[in-house]
Ligand binder design. Structure first.
Ligand code: GDP
Ligand code: MG
Length: 305
């Protein structure tokens, strides 16, 4: 996972640690780093921000004579990425968000709406999250508001059955917003803590889909709207996020299929571009293959040799 980024940073460190650098050489190595970052799916503006952070740190400090250069460079790159990932962005734990709502509005469930194009991993992510939350003691209800794609209702129902988690579904072609509404009513009546709403994918350029998502959002009034993206789509993920952000609006990302992503740059780009947190990353096809995302953990992963 994320091998590309790891290599980019480690060869940058090698280059600038091996000798005393002239300004010109430093520029050349920064240029080389930027090419490698971009080829690992770091968007151009995000890459510029990382480089200027590194440059500022280098200019603003003199390496102390007895300081380990390797350590110094590691912390330089680390601070640059952490700075970018944390600037104006908080990473709330989902458990805290749920607890706050359950405390402030007793009897009301915490509602999470999932958006994303077809095939990115929404339904799988919902099953993983249902499992995650149930293990932490929450009573979870699934709402199958994908009444469009053939097999969608069966797919979520199979997960529900395997996980032994109740599900509310409609007929194919039924209004997805009304399925969500029914699920929420059911949750209130039966004391469920969390409702996870699955939606249809199609293409992000599909007008009807976007209108449908807006309607579900209006009716369900989610406490949290999550955009699910596929790490393997690279920079197209930015484009998808841009459309969903403008048309429907969302609060946070979950990026699926990170186990198959050799690059990793898309995660930094998404956070930097949209100033929204990634809450979880998907790291495989089993129910437990979901990991809480934190900037510190991510940076550790891409800077370890
Ligand atoms: N390797 C891997 N595959 C995943 C992950 N999440 C989802 N998938 C696979 O991606 C495919 C599409 O997932 P699905 O949940 O149906 O996508 P949806 O159309 O957005 O609901 C399925 O074959 C999933 O098993 C992940 O984190 N890692
Ligand atoms: Mg689905």
């Amino acid at each position: 996972m994320f091998k590309g980024l790891r290599q980019a940073f480690s060869s940058f460190k090698e280059n600038i640690s091996s000798r005393t650098l002239s300004e010109e050489e430093l520029n050349r190595y920064l240029q080389q780093l930027s090419i490698e970052l971009i080829s690992n799916n770091v968007a151009v503006e995000t890459c510029d921000a990382i480089l200027s952070n590194i440059r500022d740190q280098l200019l603003g400090s003199k390496v102390k004579r007895f300081l380990n250069v390797e350590e110094y460079l590691r912390s330089l790159v680390k601070d640059a990425i952490i700075g970018i990932l944390k600037e104006d962005i908080s990473y709330p734990r989902i458990e805290s968000l749920i607890s706050e709502k359950l405390k402030s509005s007793p009897g009301e469930p915490f509602i999470i709406l999932f958006l994303g194009v077809n095939g990115v991993g929404k339904t799988t992510t919902i099953a993983k999250l249902a499992n995650y939350l149930r293990k932490r003691g929450y009573k979870v209800l699934l709402s199958c508001s994908d009444t469009f794609r053939a097999g969608a209702i069966e797919q979520l129902s199979i997960h529900a059955q395997r996980l032994n988690i109740p599900i509310i579904k409609g007929e194919y072609g039924a209004d997805p917003a009304s399925v969500a509404f029914n699920a929420i009513e059911h949750a209130k009546a039966r004391g469920f803590n969390v409702v996870l709403i699955d939606t249809a994918g199609r293409m992000h350029t599909d007008r009807n889909l976007l209108e449908e998502m807006k309607k579900i959002k209006r009716v369900a009034k989610p406490d949290l709207t999550v955009l699910v993206l596929d790490a393997l789509t690279g920079n197209d993920a930015i484009y998808q996020a841009d459309i969903f952000d403008k048309e429907v609006g969302f609060d946070a990302f979950i990026v699926a299929k990170c186990d198959a992503d050799d690059k990793g740059g898309i995660l930094i780009s998404l956070i930097y571009t949209f100033k929204k947190p990634i809450l979880f990353i998907g790291i495989g096809q089993s129910y437990d293959d979901i990991e809480v995302f934190t900037p510190d953990h991510f940076v550790k992963k891409i800077l370890e040799e």
